[in-house]
Design a protein around this ligand. Structure first.
Ligand code: PMT
Length: 404
């Protein structure tokens, strides 16, 4: 009964009859160890009182965007940063439509826009409203953005109709939340996994370097989720500003040459190698020992660069090489370039990352990926990097097991 210990759940209640079930939902999530804060729309308060939700959640219910007392305590931006997940239950047709177009017309929709947390949607409404083409289209757009859609259930509705549109049973909803936070642990049990993450820095002189925008978030999310799925994880990271995930062995490096060395130092016991790092393809041919001075009267500076070793290609072509998974960060012709890297670098899988799209890729909270093997393709839609990491690792684990 403690599957959700430490998990912070923001329950967003919109105005449908199923709102009355939210007291029980809150109680059951808390029974599992979750901390639940509640946000209600104006209409939701017609179906269940904020006082009831305050009593069961143990927190004052937030319901107003312009509430000076709330801003003095946990204001809406702080509240947006707080949850591990936003659960919209019940999500009415109206809320779903507002979410789709990105309205910030009250506290709940504003939080959904402002929060980096994943948003799960539990639709509940009259059957005809659910089946209306506009609602169906709105739901599929939300799903394509990576939002888990939980339900609706089928059966007798409050209005007497029978069909799809019921809020999932509370048990089912709690299980959805638990499953969301519980990676398929057995899949990587005992597997030794090395992950590279972050950028490399290639020094020009003692104070300057060439680098890129990688924050390390994708690689660190993979390391955290792989460890939770049972793997022994070594994380070889370029310079980033992130905490080491629990129970992960971290090796810090700076340049591509250092990363190359660290990968080979850790190769003997590696089963799966995932290269998520944005490694500089080239480095300055010479590192000046003193800070380079600006030359009077010379407007152009030409720096000679030389090629860095291709770390993943070298690992994939080493004796007893592990199961190698590369990333391909591309701004155009994503599939073609990714497939070329799959073949050229002798990889088992390539993870194509379209980094031209805003809101994903380098230094963002979310990502969307396409994974290619020789014969198959898997799409992972836009979601929080941890959720994406979990899906990607599931694909990698399945492909790895099949290859043995
Ligand atoms: O760190 P974040 O801000 O979260 O951003 C995540 C990310 C965008 C960096 C990540 O999702 C990603 O796409 N990583 C790969 C970035 C990259 O450098 O891709 P590439 O197409 O240039 O390289 C292809 C593959 O070869 C990659 O697996 C790379 O790690 C590897 N490589 C490249 C050059 C080199 N010298 N050695 C390598 O091993």
């Amino acid at each position: 009964m403690s599957e959700l210990i430490g998990k912070k759940i923001l329950l967003g209640i919109s105005g449908g009859i199923a709102a009355y079930k939210c007291a029980e939902l809150t109680r059951r999530l808390k029974d599992q160890g979750a901390d639940v804060r509640v946000v209600m729309t104006k209409v939701a308060k017609e179906f269940i009182t904020p006082l009831t939700m305050q009593a069961v959640s143990g927190h004052v219910v937030a319901d107003s965007l312009l509430d000076p007392t709330a801003e003095a305590g946990m204001g809406h931006i702080e509240l947006a940063k707080w949850p591990d997940i936003i659960l919209l239950a019940p999500a009415t047709a109206n809320l779903i439509a507002r979410l789709r177009v990105g309205l910030g017309d009250e506290l709940l929709t504003t939080l959904c826009l402002a929060s980096p947390a994943p948003i799960a949607v539990a639709p509940a409404m009259n059957m005809e409203m659910y089946l209306a083409p506009s609602t169906q289209e709105n739901i599929s757009v939300l799903a394509s953005r990576g939002m888990p859609i939980w339900g609706p259930g089928d059966g007798m509705q409050a209005c007497g109709d029978i069909g799809p549109g019921r809020l999932l049973e509370i048990d089912e909803l709690v299980q959805c939340v638990i499953k969301y936070f519980t990676p398929e642990k057995q899949l990587l049990e005992g597997v030794n996994l090395t992950i590279t993450a972050g950028p490399t820095q290639e020094s020009l002189d003692p104070v300057r370097y060439i680098s890129n925008h990688s924050s390390g978030k994708m690689g660190f999310s993979l390391a955290e989720m792989a460890q939770k799925m049972g793997a022994n994880v070594t994380l070889i990271s370029g310079p980033v500003n992130l905490a080491t995930p629990s129970k992960v062995q971290r090796v810090d490096v700076c340049s591509a040459l250092e990363m190359h060395q660290a990968c080979f130092d850790n190769l003997s016991h590696c089963d799966i190698f995932i290269a998520c790092a944005a490694v500089a393809d080239y480095r300055p041919a010479q590192i000046e020992t003193q800070k380079m001075k600006k030359q009077q009267g010379i407007d152009d500076l030409i720096i000679k660069l030389i090629k860095n070793p291709d770390i993943i290609a070298d690992v994939a072509n080493a004796e007893n090489s592990p199961f190698c998974v590369g990333f391909a960060a591309e701004t155009q012709d994503v599939e073609r370039y990714a497939l070329d890297k799959l073949k050229r670098k002798n990889l088992k899988l390539i993870v194509a990352n379209d980094v031209a799209k805003s809101g994903q890729g380098f230094n963002s909270e979310q990502n969307a990926l396409t994974v290619f093997s020789d014969t198959e393709r898997f799409d992972i839609t836009l979601a929080d990097k941890k959720a994406v990491a979990q899906q990607l690792l599931t694909i990698i684990a399945q492909q790895y097991l099949q290859s043995k």
